[in-house]
Design a binder for this molecule. Structure first.
Ligand code: PEP
Ligand code: MG
Length: 889
């Protein structure tokens, strides 16, 4: 018989932490905490397999499930000592979702389940607190009504507000048991009105309806959007956790809270969290009341005058702090925990690995190694390479004037400026139109995810450091200022009101998610300095990785940036970028428009010294590191003026008749530029162009050798080769120029000649091509384009639809298509190596900076990856992770 239900409680559990695929993250960790002997309320988990079976079976449950649930429920009753549905002293349970990957706020929760008109009286008697019992009942009806019966929550809020107005109550806490009884009558009547059925009184019916609602919520729009953004497969399903209720709202010796075992923003080793006295469940996370700090240190650091838990409940705080230390030691990672204190007794409701900012991830990884909790190799796997982007985010220029409107909580680091928008839809729309926007909300909810994703930054006026906005923004790496309580947002008028100022939709603001400042207008930003921890972790990565990391760089500036980030050479220097310089584009155009070889050579002679100077500068900066220089690649018309005005301007500057310029431009224009007269085809048609470039390279090598010693070994790369003959002819040309320069300069130059593999034919005929080529560099941008028959320039128009329809998982121009394009890469590697065992192999397409593609490169045995300067650290770390996973398999 399949085991569909796993129990936990009282120091034992059927499950374990490593069973998260089956039990979901929450269920697996509740089981683990229970086994550790931590105070976890008894409960059970219905597995993710039930969710999958439910959807595969037309929303029907496996036959044995009901029996297993009954048994598990009876076990809770035994452990807690009260019975589900007992009118005298009822067991109440919570019903929560819990997927394999954490999906904050995505799924629905029902608390206090088991209450009805009868058991509420039992709860009142057993707790000795009538008000508490009826408050709990109305919360239950409200949640169950909203989540399970789908009665919109505003109906319940309206009834409550009306009652408060009638009675002249300002706060919920002003309501007594009689008030709640009246409110409950109103709620129940509303449910009949909306659904045609009375509120279910049978606790068992309530339980099954709630279980079905949790499974149902796996397919709600919010969950679907979250899964799409986070690449979580629908087939994973969610588990359902049913657990004995404990109450943080039974009086002033009760509390509920959330915490991180270290500061998730900075990684600092301090206990970091918030709590509320006499509150239940989601009150802290929802940001409805402003939470208080756990520690005195946290309270002081944030200038709060509300007492810390450390002061109010020192004993329980001490226990909680012990749990904190134990969990960190046990899980060997920062934990994000939820707890409740019921009448002075601590209960743990959740633990999971804590989401953290990139700086915190780095600090925690390094600190954990230093504390002896993890190894250097483990530390490498703890930092998401893509998250390093966050470290490279701009911060505000400290010298720039700032007009500070207010200060909120520094919820997620990074500085961002943009136009104010007040809705997620507006954020998405304007971002799609190329605007930078700051999404301003009173608070965010999972419905806002798409807008948060599209925005540069997020500003909320309500909610704490663990509010939805803060947690989600941190995960996404968006700048976020949360809980800027002095600001007022008027959604209807679309106005943001600061103390004595009004800003409207479309006005510019700047937020600093590191300090919490909110500023009017756009404040200039500067690039970050990398911390010492960054260098330490990168050092570990470098000692573990096997592939080298180079950069794609064409300018001295790019080269310097890339070296600062640790690039070990240049994998692609696109020489054509140098041609666009204002000084030389005229000569380039003269060369292109020349009618015969002599004229072309005359123009090329003007370009040669400039190109040589470019190489000298780059060679000096790279100080002997390997440098792959690609000879001219784009079709010539790309360099010609576009449009009549530019044509006229050029004709005048070069003294050429306008008619001639126009007709030459017309002849050169193509409809298929990417497949046309470009790459090595240019070198075949106009050998003098490649000759000039080769000469510039070797003369620069000679010049640098004379000045600094003989260090540069250029790798001359011929683009877009499809046939062996092409590289054969062009390699001979490069070799001849090299010999000429060596003779005239009286110096020996070491160099390589190789090719890019950018065409399927080149990959398939790699063996032949490797007879000539001394290295291959995979130009996976063009290889993707030519393998799929997709244009690099406009495929974006419809690839989004392909992703949404599930035809492709990811844009193949972003992450390498392992099975198709990757297969061609594998073939080329194998055949190239068979022909020339010491052939150098690298990648210089954009995929060289994408972690998943880097993993693939490691598996097929490339020597290096090359990527844009800012992605060099990402590639270093991803290459180390790839080396570790390859070791394991
Ligand atoms: C490529 O095609 O992958 C490549 C690196 O060259 P480019 O992007 O310049 O075409
Ligand atoms: Mg290319």
């Amino acid at each position: 018989m399949t085991k569909w239900v796993y129990s936990f409680g009282d120091g034992t559990a059927d499950g374990r932490a490593d069973m998260r695929n089956l039990l979901g993250g929450k269920g697996a960790n509740l089981a683990e905490m229970s086994s550790l002997g931590l105070p976890v309320p008894a409960g059970f988990t219905i597995t993710t397999e039930v969710c999958t079976a439910y959807y595969d079976n037309d929303r029907r449950y496996p036959d044995e499930l009901a029996g297993q649930v009954d048994t598990a429920l009876a076990q809770i009753e035994t452990l807690v000592g009260v019975k589900f549905g007992d009118p005298q002293n009822p067991l109440l349970v919570s019903v929560r979702s819990g997927a394999r990957a954490s999906m904050p706020g995505m799924m629905d929760t029902v608390l206090n389940l088991g209450l009805n008109d009868e058991t509420v009286r039992g709860l009142a008697a057993a707790s000795g607190d009538e008000r508490f019992a009826y408050d709990s009942y109305r919360r239950f009806i409200q949640m169950f009504g909203d989540v399970v019966l789908e009665v919109d929550h505003h109906h319940f809020e309206d009834i409550l507000e009306l009652h408060k107005e009638d009675r002249g109550h300002a706060m919920d806490t002003d309501l007594d048991a009689d008030d709640w009884r009246k409110v409950i009558e109103g709620f129940k009547a509303k449910i009949v009105e909306e659904t045609g059925e009375p509120f279910p009184q049978n606790p068992k019916d309530q339980l099954w309806a709630a279980i079905s609602a949790v499974f149902g919520s796996w397919m709600n729009q919010r969950a679907i959007t979250y899964r799409r953004l986070n690449a979580i497969p629908a087939a994973w399903g969610t588990a359902v956790n049913i657990q004995a209720m404990v109450f943080g709202n039974m009086g002033d010796d009760c509390a509920t809270g959330v915490a991180f075992t270290r500061d998730p923003s900075t990684g600092e080793n301090i206990f970091y969290g918030e709590y509320l006295v006499n509150a239940q469940g989601e009150d802290v996370v929802a940001g409805i009341r402003t939470p208080q700090h756990l520690t005195i240190q946290g309270k002081n650091a944030n200038g709060s005058d509300l007492p810390a838990m450390e002061e109010v409940m020192p004993e329980v705080f001490g226990q909680l702090n012990d749990v904190r230390l134990r969990l960190e030691k046990h899980y060997r990672d920062i934990q994000d925990i939820e707890f409740t204190v019921q009448r002075g007794k601590l209960y743990m409701l959740q633990t999971r690995s804590g989401k953290r900012t990139a700086p915190a991830a780095l600090k925690i990884a390094v600190d954990f190694v230093n504390e002896g909790l993890i190894t250097e190799a483990e530390a490498i796997t703890r930092v998401d390479p893509a998250a390093l982007d966050q470290l490279l985010h701009p911060t505000l220029d400290p010298d720039a004037p700032r007009h500070i409107l207010t200060r909120g909580l520094p919820a997620s680091p990074g500085a961002a400026s943009g136009k104010i928008v007040f809705s997620a839809d507006a954020a998405e729309k304007q971002a799609a139109a190329g605007e930078a926007v700051i999404l301003c909300r009173i608070e965010t909810s999972p419905d806002d995810i798409h807008g948060m994703h599209a925005a540069q930054g997020i500003l909320t006026t309500r909610g704490g450091m663990t509010s939805h906005a803060a947690v989600v923004a941190r995960g996404m790496g968006r700048a976020c200022v949360a809980g800027a309580g002095e600001l007022r947002i008027d959604y209807k008028e679309r106005i943001l009101r600061a103390r004595n100022e009004e800003l409207r939709e479309g006005d510019l603001i700047t937020i600093d998610g590191g300090s919490g400042e909110v500023m009017k207008g756009e404040v200039p930003t500067i690039q970050p300095e990398l911390s010492g921890d960054f260098g330490v972790l990168m050092g570990w990565a470098d000692s573990i990785r096997q592939m080298r990391v180079r950069t794609n760089a064409d300018t001295p500036n790019d080269c310097r940036t890339a070296r600062y980030f640790g690039a070990e050479g240049i994998g692609l220097c696109r020489t054509e970028h140098m041609f666009f310089d204002a000084e030389r584009i005229i000569a380039v155009r003269e060369m292109i428009l020349a009618d015969n070889e002599a004229e072309r050579r005359a123009a090329l002679a003007k370009i040669l010294p400039m190109q040589r100077q470019d190489f000298i500068e780059i060679f000096e900066i790279m100080e002997g590191l390997p440098i792959t220089i690609r000879l001219l690649d784009p079709p010539l018309h790309e360099f010609l003026p576009h449009g009549e005005a530019e044509l006229e301007e050029f004709a005048e500057a070069s003294n050429a008749p306008l008619e001639l310029v126009r007709s030459r431009a017309g002849k050169l224009s193509e409809n298929n530029p990417m497949l046309g007269h470009r790459g090595c085809r240019l070198g075949i048609s106009y050998p003098e162009i490649y000759e000039m470039q080769a000469r510039a390279i070797f003369e620069a090598t000679a010049a640098v050798a004379k000045e600094h010693g003989n260090t540069v070994e250029p790798e001359v790369m011929i683009p877009l080769v499809a046939m062996k003959k092409e590289i054969e002819i062009l390699k001979a040309l490069v070799d001849r120029v090299a010999r000429e320069v060596m003779t005239s300069e009286g110096i020996e130059i070491k160099y390589l000649v190789g090719t890019m593999i950018e065409l399927p034919r080149a990959a398939l005929l790699a063996s032949e091509i490797a007879e000539e080529a001394e290295f291959f560099s995979f130009g996976t941008n063009d290889l993707t384009q030519t393998t799929f028959g997709l244009s690099r320039d406009d495929a974006g128009n419809f690839l989004g639809t392909y992703e949404q329809r599930g035809i492709i998982e990811q844009d193949p121009f972003i992450s390498l298509d392992h099975s198709g394009v990757g297969e061609l890469v594998s073939i080329a590697v194998e055949r190239g190596k068979a022909q020339r065992p010491d052939i150098k192999l690298g990648i210089c397409g954009e995929h060289g900076g994408d972690p998943a593609s880097i993993d693939f490169c490691q598996k097929v045995g490339l020597d290096y990856v090359s990527c844009s300067p800012y992605r060099v650290p990402i590639a270093r770390l991803a290459a180390a992770q790839a080396a570790l996973t390859t070791q394991k398999t």
